[in-house]
Ligand binder design. Structure first.
Ligand SMILES: Cc1cc2nc3c(=O)[nH]c(=O)nc-3n(C[C@H](O)[C@H](O)[C@H](O)COP(=O)(O)OP(=O)(O)OC[C@H]3O[C@@H](n4cnc5c(N)ncnc54)[C@H](O)[C@@H]3O)c2cc1C
Length: 332
């Protein structure tokens, strides 16, 4: 099969990009590893001001109602035994709802998705991707004009195109019944990470990520956080989050990376929905003849690199702010 743009990964970046390119009349194919409609991405579902602006700018205000966004009243920041409370500026969404909604927008444009496809090999010279159809076991080949790796953290496209693995930290998370309407973040400057409780309606997401600790230590930390919150530790799953330290937007003349695959995540809290939407928008514009992708993304890349370099300082400052009953720094 021969397409203008072959997108690997039908998550936020992949569907948002496919939606834009299809509307401009390009022949697009999205290949997804999991069940396109059955996937359950691990995610807190926090949408900051930048993510909300991206959604409105692309899909209009109607998106908010369709996504059934929740507005938690407060933010509770905990650190070293202190807690500060401030008005919450975030909205939250059930991540599966967001993913299914974006996929529906792409499919509405006539965009095609082939799911349960495992990428096996990439021939950069011939511009061919070989895959295994996990349903039938058949091997298939796809020729592309442009290839986009939107396959998340630890991107296979990125590894095959560059030979280098992507840097990532493992986050742990699970779902509980909602017992508190506020978002709660518990920071630890030494662990350079945080535990979270994020309500999104009937359910809430709890999790932990750390740039300093391993998964076993994260589990123990999350367990004591849940105890503090008066909730039982749920069944936990792990997922990689880019560290934001090795951003790569382009692997060769015809291969681009977007969202987590490009390493575009906050080096402080791992948030990446905004970057997935923004990179999809700028990459689509570039493929349609507007500003080159790398040039358009330059300010974002510089900002993330700066934050990654100052990670320890920011965690320390956050803890001082919380302890001094100030407000913690927000990532966006
Ligand atoms: C535990 C956790 C909590 C988070 N909480 C938040 C939050 O509250 N707010 C926020 O803004 N961000 C959050 N993030 C980050 C956010 O989820 C990501 O930054 C965002 O999903 C990136 O979108 P993406 O499209 O690049 O990747 P993804 O959403 O991961 O999509 C990648 C897609 O590619 C598919 N795929 C993977 N490998 C292959 C392959 N080889 N072939 C084909 N398809 C493949 C996947 O199944 C998936 O559908 C969180 C992340 C984690 C892990």
């Amino acid at each position: 099969m021969d397409v203008d743009c072959l997108v690997i990964g039908g998550g936020v970046a992949g569907c948002a990009l496919g939606w834009r390119l299809r509307r401009a009349g390009m022949r697009v194919l999205v290949l997804e590893l999991r069940d396109a409609w059955g996937k359950q991405k691990l995610c807190g579902g926090i949408l900051g001001v930048s993510s909300l602006s991206e959604l409105v700018a692309s899909f209009g205000r109607g998106a908010f109602g369709e996504l059934a966004l929740v507005r938690p009243p407060h933010h509770r920041f905990r650190c070293l035994g202190k807690e500060t409370v401030s008005r919450c500026t975030y909205a939250t969404v059930l991540r599966k709802r967001l993913d299914d909604w974006l996929l529906a927008r792409y499919v509405e444009t006539g965009g095609e998705v082939r799911d349960r496809m495992r990428v096996l090999a990439l021939d950069q010279r011939a511009r061919v991707v070989s895959c295994r159809d996990l349903r039938t076991g058949a091997r298939c080949e796809f020729s592309y004009g442009t290839l986009v790796g939107a396959d998340g953290a630890l991107s296979v496209v990125r590894r095959l195109a560059t030979g280098e693995p992507q840097s990532a930290v493992m986050a742990l998370e699970g779902m509980v019944r909602c017992t508190c309407e506020d978002i709660v973040f518990a920071y630890d400057p030494k662990k350079r990470g945080y535990c979270w409780y994020i309500p999104s309606g009937v359910d809430a997401n709890v999790g932990c990520m750390s740039y300093g600790d391993d998964a076993t230590q994260c589990r123990a930390w999350l367990s004591s956080f849940c105890e503090d919150m008066g909730i039982a530790l749920p069944v936990l799953r792990g997922a990689p989050i880019p560290t934001g330290e090795d951003i790569l937007l382009r692997a060769d003349e015809h291969i681009f990376l977007a969202g987590d695959a490009a390493g575009l995540a906050s080096p402080i809290d791992g948030g990446g929905i905004h970057f997935a939407l923004a990179s999809a928008r700028m990459l689509a514009a570039s493929l349609l003849g507007e500003d080159p992708y790398e040039e358009a993304m330059q300010p974002v890349v510089e900002k993330l690199a700066d934050k990654a370099a100052k990670r320890d300082e920011i965690y320390l400052l956050n803890s001082l702010l919380i302890a001094g009953s100030g407000k913690a720094l927000e990532s966006e």
